[in-house]
Design a protein. Structure first.
Length: 249
């Protein structure tokens, strides 16, 4: 759901700001519902996002969150420059989190984001979703082969070596047909060795032709709660285009 959401959880006191984006330039992931909230109309996009950013600034000034995450159903770099400029006051004095597809994440783009936003810390979240290339490419159609995973692994090492105030996190998707549970647990273990943080996200289905949601074993739920930085089981931000999305209990 587009808007501003307050959380106080494992990640601390934080705001999630969901902006309207243009359709993701990649747009092929088999499970992705974000097209339901996107627009092709620049004027509508600017007006909607100006309203949401204004609300986020008001909440930031009243509630003083430690982290602010910006999502646009795609990559931050796909938002118009006007919107990127209007986000600047939100980034000041906080851990500023954004989502990107891996191809937007290079040492140059990281340095540019740091100069542009000057946050206390920049967190870039990338949706690799699963450590197994066959799950990413055949089940999810992520378009992020192992070569990209290895490139980002080396980039993280470089960012650490340079001492930049940047962390790169990843998502792990679970609860969807075609994603074996053992690969989810293994993804968390392996990703923890590569990334600065791991967030597990439960799949929900919004479009009837998308893959089916499947039940999650208690064993996996325990592993995820214990081993990840956050398990996202759903919530208001996951109401998309008026639908809560289906996920078996
Ligand atoms: S990269 Fe992200 S926004 Fe784009 S299609 Fe895949 S899941 Fe959706």
């Amino acid at each position: 759901m587009l808007g501003v959401f307050k959380y106080n959880d494992k990640l601390g006191r934080r705001l999630v700001v969901i902006l309207q984006g243009y359709p993701c330039a990649y747009g092929k992931c088999t499970f992705c519902p974000f097209a339901l909230e996107q627009t092709l109309h620049p004027a509508k996009l600017l007006e909607t996002n100006r309203r949401i950013i204004g609300e986020a600034l008001r909440v930031k000034n009243e509630w003083h969150p430690r982290r602010i995450a910006i999502f646009n159903g795609g990559s931050l770099h796909e938002l118009p420059l006007t919107v990127l400029e209007e986000l600047k006051p939100l980034a000041r004095g906080v851990v500023f989190e954004v989502e990107e597809r891996s191809e937007y994440v290079t040492l140059d783009s990281i340095r540019h984001l740091l100069d542009f936003y000057n946050p206390d810390k920049l967190v870039i979240r990338i949706g690799f979703e699963n450590i197994e290339e066959w799950v990413r490419e055949k089940v999810l159609a992520k378009g992020m082969p192992d070569s990209e995973l290895h490139r980002i692994r080396d980039l993280i090492a470089k960012v650490r070596e340079l001492g930049l105030p940047v962390e790169i996190w990843t998502y792990v998707l679970f609860g969807m047909e075609g994603i074996p549970e053992d690969t989810v647990a293994r993804s968390v273990r392996e990703f923890k060795r590569i990334f600065d943080g791991v967030i597990a996200i439960r799949y929900r289905r919004y479009v009837p032709t998308h893959p089916k949601p499947v039940p999650v074993s208690k064993e996996l739920a325990l592993i995820l709660e214990r081993e990840t930085d956050l398990v996202d089981w759903g919530g208001d931000q996951w109401v998309i285009a008026g639908k809560e999305g289906s996920a078996p209990g």
